[in-house]
Ligand binder design. Structure first.
Ligand SMILES: *[C@@H]1O[C@H](CO)[C@@H](O)[C@H](O)[C@H]1NC(C)=O
Ligand SMILES: *[C@@H]1O[C@H](CO)[C@@H](O)[C@H](O)[C@H]1NC(C)=O
Ligand SMILES: *[C@@H]1O[C@H](CO)[C@@H](O)[C@H](O)[C@H]1NC(C)=O
Ligand SMILES: *[C@@H]1O[C@H](CO)[C@@H](O)[C@H](O)[C@H]1NC(C)=O
Ligand SMILES: *[C@@H]1O[C@H](CO)[C@@H](O)[C@H](O)[C@H]1NC(C)=O
Ligand SMILES: *[C@@H]1O[C@H](CO)[C@@H](O)[C@H](O)[C@H]1NC(C)=O
Length: 394
């Protein structure tokens, strides 16, 4: 009797210990799976909704976090339109590989996927465009901590979580990220730079067009396009999605001709680029009505006629002119985002500046953060490299 008690006690002790810490091995496996998902689907043209998987994963990581990062999305909420395919695949990977039994919650996995996606998309930076001798590519420093709790109904929920309103003004955006994610003004300006990735689609959001092509590269492109040398001429246009019942009402977006640099990558064909009010508000002091229509006609016709945004104009300019300033500011902001409603200590993986190295020791299970982080990173690099080689020669 006492021995069986001991066994039960030992078992629950072990499972408790297990459920509280993710090992480096588990993490390395998860990272490899996520990288494979990104590499397998980038620009393959197989499925439009996952053609730009890094952008989808970053958006998914964000969309899990309003109200607390909890491994639960509500697809009745139009905010999550266009994420279903990615979430389904990511859930399949998570469920098939038994990560939950190894102490990783679904919310942890989704957050890790966001970090890995930013890293992968950062590696696509165009170093020819950077100042001479600057470190490039630059990856934001983000430490992934584990221990998020999934909601009871994970992976789905019926809860309506609070999302920022795309046609809101500056005070709305700043208040949203301050109240929900504890972000400073500078962190809020930096987090919106995630729009360097991805595009808007009529059927998903009622808006149409990319922010900053190529849409699979993570850098300060969003600010360069928005700022446009200081006098970018944006015009607010009305977008009607008459084909869809999701967004039958008119929506307003800011549009200007794109840079048309024509290189490879989704959304890089030189078509128009767009900004939402919540983007434009970082640059210009816009005053949209409740439908999102700018109330000052001369501002609406040409953004150069709108006053500068007192609080944030200089940050947009700084990020537009200095990629490393942006990358440096983005890391802590994204980390706050993926820690919404949660403060953990079990830190293993740190995405950081890439230092090429010849030695790559075998990963060993450990809970300390410093040695494992480097090992994790090397594993990722090796894997990314081999997948890249495979992709090139396949
Ligand atoms: C990626 O593709 C490889 C080769 O087709 C396949 O074996 C692997 O399961 C795929 N992994 C993911 C995560 O999609
Ligand atoms: C870049 O670095 C190289 C070697 O460190 C140096 O010779 C060169 O002058 C540097 N160029 C600039 C523009 O700083
Ligand atoms: C909010 O952010 C500040 C600055 O980054 C930090 O010092 C503070 O602890 C955070 N507050 C909470 C409640 O997390
Ligand atoms: C959009 O719809 C509104 C009415 O719903 C109409 O007045 C407007 O002309 C339409 N705009 C375009 C560009 O079709
Ligand atoms: C619109 O903005 C311009 C430029 O800031 C300003 O001169 C003009 O007075 C504004 N018009 C209205 C109706 O507020
Ligand atoms: C760019 O930003 C980095 C990081 O904040 C800073 O160290 C560097 O001096 C800046 N470069 C310029 C040219 O301002």
């Amino acid at each position: 009797m006492s021995s069986s008690f001991c066994v039960v006690f030992l078992f629950s002790y072990l499972s408790l210990a297990f459920s509280q810490s993710v090992t480096v091995e588990t993490e390395a496996r998860a990272i490899a799976d996520i990288n494979a998902f990104i590499a397998n689907n980038t620009n393959t043209g197989n499925q439009p909704e996952i053609n730009n998987p890094a952008a989808k994963l970053v958006r998914l990581a964000f969309h899990d976090c309003p109200g607390g990062c909890d491994g639960c999305l509500n697809f009745e909420n139009p905010e999550n339109n266009g994420l279903m395919e990615t979430y389904t695949i990511i859930n399949g990977i998570f469920d098939r590989n038994g990560y939950a039994a190894e102490g990783m919650s679904r919310a942890d996995f989704v957050a890790l996927a966001g970090v890995i996606a930013i890293e992968a998309a950062s590696m696509r930076q165009d170093c020819r465009m950077m100042p001479p001798n600057s470190t490039c590519p630059l990856v934001p420093t983000m430490t992934l901590k584990y221990g998020r709790r999934d909601c009871q109904t994970s992976p789905r929920t019926d809860d309506i979580e609070p999302f920022p309103v795309a046609h809101g003004d500056l005070s709305h955006v700043l208040m949203y990220f301050r109240d929900n994610m504890n972000m400073s003004t500078r962190e809020t300006v930096a987090i919106i730079g995630a729009h360097s990735l991805g595009t808007t689609r009529l059927q998903n959001s009622g808006f149409r067009g990319p922010w900053a092509p190529p849409t699979d590269r993570f850098d300060n492109g969003f600010y360069r396009i928005l700022f446009g040398g200081g006098n970018a001429r944006w015009m607010q246009e009305e977008v009607n999605d008459t084909r869809s019942s999701v967004f039958p009402d008119s929506r307003y977006q800011w549009t200007r001709p794109g840079p048309g640099n024509g290189g490879p990558g989704p959304g890089n064909g030189g078509g128009p680029v767009i900004m939402l009010n919540s983007d434009m508000a970082l640059l210009r002091d816009i005053d949209p009505d409740s439908d999102g229509r700018e109330s000052n006609a001369s501002c609406r016709m040409n953004s150069n006629n709108c006053e500068e945004s007192m609080l944030t104009f200089n940050m947009v300019r700084e990020f537009a002119m200095n990629n490393s300033a942006f990358i440096e500011a983005f890391g802590p902001a994204f980390q706050k985002l993926i820690e919404t409603g949660y403060h953990g200590t079990n830190a293993l993986y740190t995405a950081e500046e890439v230092v090429p190295t010849s030695s790559s020791p075998m990963p060993t299970p450990t809970e300390s953060s410093t040695p494992s982080a480097g090992v994790g990173l090397k594993a990722v690099l090796l894997l990314t490299l081999s997948l890249f080689v495979l992709a090139v020669f396949a």
